[in-house]
Ligand binder design. Structure first.
Ligand SMILES: [Zn+2]
Length: 147
């Protein structure tokens, strides 16, 4: 696969967007480390659930464009990934433990996982959504705080 995989470069119509956009793998790597997808700076989370309004280093505003419902896509990512991983973990437990554990224990464990996984995955889902959005919409009016 060539390095040009992914959406077409916007260079012909929007040269600024093309030169500012890091590769998707870089954006996703920063997101999975809970860093600013745009510049890679840390400290954008005030707590596990509370994200700063904007990056303290590059000024990227995190709720882009639509603002009040920007992170709806992140909640969808969170739901799908967290619940799928809960099902996969429960299935692995069922396959490896088999008849040594009762069905009720496996069922209870899968219910606990279904409740815990969305909490664990919450900041990553927001970061991944922001990283994808920054990749496909590199610059947007009102993106940088105070500018
Ligand atoms: Zn930043």
């Amino acid at each position: 696969m060539s390095s040009d995989a992914g959406p077409p470069r916007a260079g012909a119509t929007n040269p600024m967007a093309a030169e500012q956009r890091p590769p998707l793998a870089v954006l996703l790597g920063r997101a999975l480390r809970r860093r600013c997808p745009r510049c890679g700076a840390g400290g954008i989370w005030l707590s596990w659930f509370k994200m700063r309004h904007a990056c303290p280093v590059c000024g990227q505003v995190f709720e882009r464009g639509e603002s009040h419902d920007f992170f709806i896509g992140a909640y969808l990512i969170n739901l799908v990934v967290a619940e799928a991983s809960a099902i996969i973990i429960a299935a692995i437990m069922w396959i490896t433990l088999g008849s040594r554990v009762s069905f009720n224990v496996l069922w209870g464990a899968s219910m606990v996982l279904a409740m815990i996984m969305p909490v664990i995955f919450y900041p990553f889902s927001r970061e991944l959504w922001l990283a994808f959005d920054l990749y496909f919409r590199p610059s947007e009016a009102g993106d940088v705080a105070g500018r």
